[in-house]
Design a protein around this ligand. Structure first.
Ligand code: DGT
Ligand code: CA
Ligand code: ZN
Length: 585
């Protein structure tokens, strides 16, 4: 049994205990054990075999017994017992945003609700609002939670699907006779979440490709196998479709299967207007003359009188007209990102030390990196008081000494309190190189209050970046509600940049708002929000893709500036805190 299944089982026990109103300490013990298993580098099964299970911190004797049973028999009598008498659908209710175990218990016991459908009906009939402790507002929240769940149920994060897609694409590229392999679909367009993975293969013969695909170790089951298209599930449950086309069709097929559907419709209409039929095989003249040979998508677009449209732009939101008029932007590229801010360390909730994170920034070739741990209000994240921030500076200084070629900036991700004030006193903030201001509490406050809160925060003279403005968690939590116009106006006045946060679950601001931000002349700051060395490059890996989807070019991005200009023009600091200046002292 793999660790992922064990983790899920432990979490299921915790949820079931909560549902039964059991002791919170017991619940916490199972949650901690699940986290301990998740962070193991070895399989639990191996640890059991080698009798080393005792040494895992966070797992006590009674849970250890259960792990032995679970790994030995594949089952757990305790969980079966716990679950007895609870209808399966009740567990689904807890997946709705705003429905904790207490509320689930209430709608189940008092209203007899045992499925998502029944929950929706009970809300629509206004029965949930009348339960003790619920009310109309909670009922509306549950309804929007249900809508969110319906939209996101069959989708996964791009960051989760991408490595899986690449693994399979690489394996197929090695099959004899294969000329090209591309990941297409929403994944190629850089959408934040995807429904499935589409892989396109150019090969004169489909059979050997399909043979290799279904035999791949990642494949769990085959959904459908045809001569040119095969669909499978991989072990995570994700669906992967592979299509094989003859090499001469590859350009048209790639454009077609990259989508979006709406972009395809527009492109096909454009082709018709110009006397062609366009489909996934070819661009064929209506007058019966032979179809032109097209080796690349760029050639296909060229034949239609269009500049090359980057996959991230293919959402039919004006890119076809811009491609025809030659007014498409030159999109920002990985090499344009000169440095990053928003890096957490072990001082708050990160897992890398200041030295580790700076080391990684140097390894990635950045010219500057900004350390910014949480501020004191973020207790759950061990946020920093003014005293601890000052103490942290010594480590920052040491990191500067160790990396003379890198500008190491010392900042903070300061909480925006509910009234828009900042969580740290001005004299403390003034000692830092930069301040990112972010909302982490009361994300659901009403629109007017949230607007006023953000306007006040971005108007503070020491704030340089508004962190993850929407506060969304993809597939989990909706965005906060506020009016962008006044916020952007205040940000513009004060020279504050809006973050594009690279955490795969955030991607915040999102591409639609990025277009609005740019239209107001406000700059973007492409950040990783890294909590470990391995995620420092999420700025380029994920945030950059979101920015490109928002039509951002180099000039829209404040951290495309080289270190000296970034510090003097954007951070408005007198001298760069770089080594040469210090060395002279
Ligand atoms: P997803 O999977 O929901 O994240 O989004 P996509 O865009 O990957 O959609 P998918 O997998 O259904 O199809 C892949 C591409 O194939 C899609 O972007 C465009 C193309 N396509 C699929 N069905 C149609 C269709 O009925 N008409 C047109 N014009 N294109 C289609
Ligand atoms: Ca797809
Ligand atoms: Zn944050």
């Amino acid at each position: 049994m793999d660790n992922k299944t064990i983790e899920a089982t432990l979490l299921e026990i915790a949820r079931t205990l909560e549902l039964k109103g059991e002791n919170p300490f017991k619940v916490r013990a199972y949650e901690n054990a699940a986290r301990a298993v998740a962070s193991l580098e070895e399989d639990v099964a191996t640890l059991i075999r080698e009798e080393r299970l005792k040494h895992i911190p966070g797992i006590g004797a009674s849970i250890r017994e259960k792990l032995l049973e679970l790994c030995g028999t594949g089952q757990l009598a305790y969980l079966e017992e716990l679950r007895a008498g609870i209808p399966a659908g009740v567990f689904d209710l807890m997946k709705v945003q705003g429905m904790g175990p207490k509320k689930t218990k209430a709608v189940w016991e008092l209203l007899g609700v045992t499925s998502l459908e029944e929950l929706e009906k009970a809300c629509r009939d206004d029965r949930v609002a009348h339960l003790k402790g619920f009310g109309k507002k909670t009922q509306d929240k549950i309804l929007s939670g249900l809508a969110l769940l319906a939209r996101t149920r069959d989708r996964v994060l791009r960051a989760e699907a991408l490595p899986q897609a690449r693994r399979l694409a690489d394996a197929l590229a090695a099959v004899e006779g294969v000329e090209r392999v591309e990941v297409a679909g929403s994944l190629r367009r850089g959408r934040e979440t995807v429904r499935d993975v589409d892989i396109l293969v150019a090969c004169p013969k489909a059979e050997p490709v399909m043979e290799a695909f279904v035999a791949h170790e990642d494949v769990a089951d085959v959904i459908a196998r045809g001569p040119t298209k095969t669909s499978v599930h991989v072990h995570s449950g994700l669906q992967v479709d592979v299509r094989v086309v003859p090499p001469e069709s590859f350009a048209c097929a790639l454009a077609y299967f990259t989508g979006s559907k709406e972009f395809n419709v527009h492109l096909r209409q454009l082709a018709l207007d110009q006397g062609f039929t366009l489909n996934e095989y070819s661009l064929r003249p209506l007058d019966g003359t032979p179809a032109p040979a097209l080796a690349t998508e760029a050639e296909l677009f060229g034949k239609l009188g269009l500049a090359y449209v980057e996959p991230e732009l293919r959402e039919n939101t004006g890119e076809v007209d811009a491609a025809r008029a030659g007014t498409l932007p030159t999109l920002v590229e990985p090499g344009d990102i000169a440095g990053v801010l928003h890096v957490h360390t072990t001082w708050s909730d990160g897992v890398g030390s200041v030295a580790d994170m700076v080391e990684e920034a140097a390894r990635l070739g950045y010219g500057y990196v900004g350390i910014s741990d949480h501020s004191q209000a973020a207790r759950y994240a061990n946020g920093l008081s003014p005293e601890r921030l000052r103490a942290q500076r010594e480590e920052v200084e040491a990191a500067r000494a160790a990396h003379p070629g890198l500008v190491v900036l010392h900042g903070v991700e300061c909480d925006i309190l509910s009234d828009g004030a900042l969580d740290l006193p001005d004299d403390c903030l003034a000692e830092l190189d930069f301040v990112i201001a972010s909302v982490h509490t009361e994300l659901g406050m009403d629109r007017d209050r949230m607007t006023a809160r953000l306007v006040r925060a971005v108007s503070h003279p020491l704030v340089r970046v508004l962190g993850h403005p929407l506060g969304r968690r993809l597939l989990e939590r909706e965005s906060s509600q506020f009016d962008w116009e006044p916020v952007l106006e205040a940000a513009g006045h004060n020279g504050v940049a809006i973050e594009v946060n690279g955490q795969p679950q955030r991607l915040d601001a999102d591409w639609i708002h990025i277009r609005r931000i740019r239209a107001r002349g406000v700059k973007l700051c492409i950040n990783p929000d890294a909590h470990a060395p391995g995620t420092l490059d999420d700025a380029r890996r994920h945030a950059l893709v979101e920015a490109r989807r928002g039509w951002a070019s180099r000039d829209d991005v404040v951290n495309s500036l080289p270190a000296d200009r970034f510090v003097s023009e954007f951070l408005r600091r007198q001298a760069a805190p770089a080594r040469p200046a210090r060395a002279r002292r």
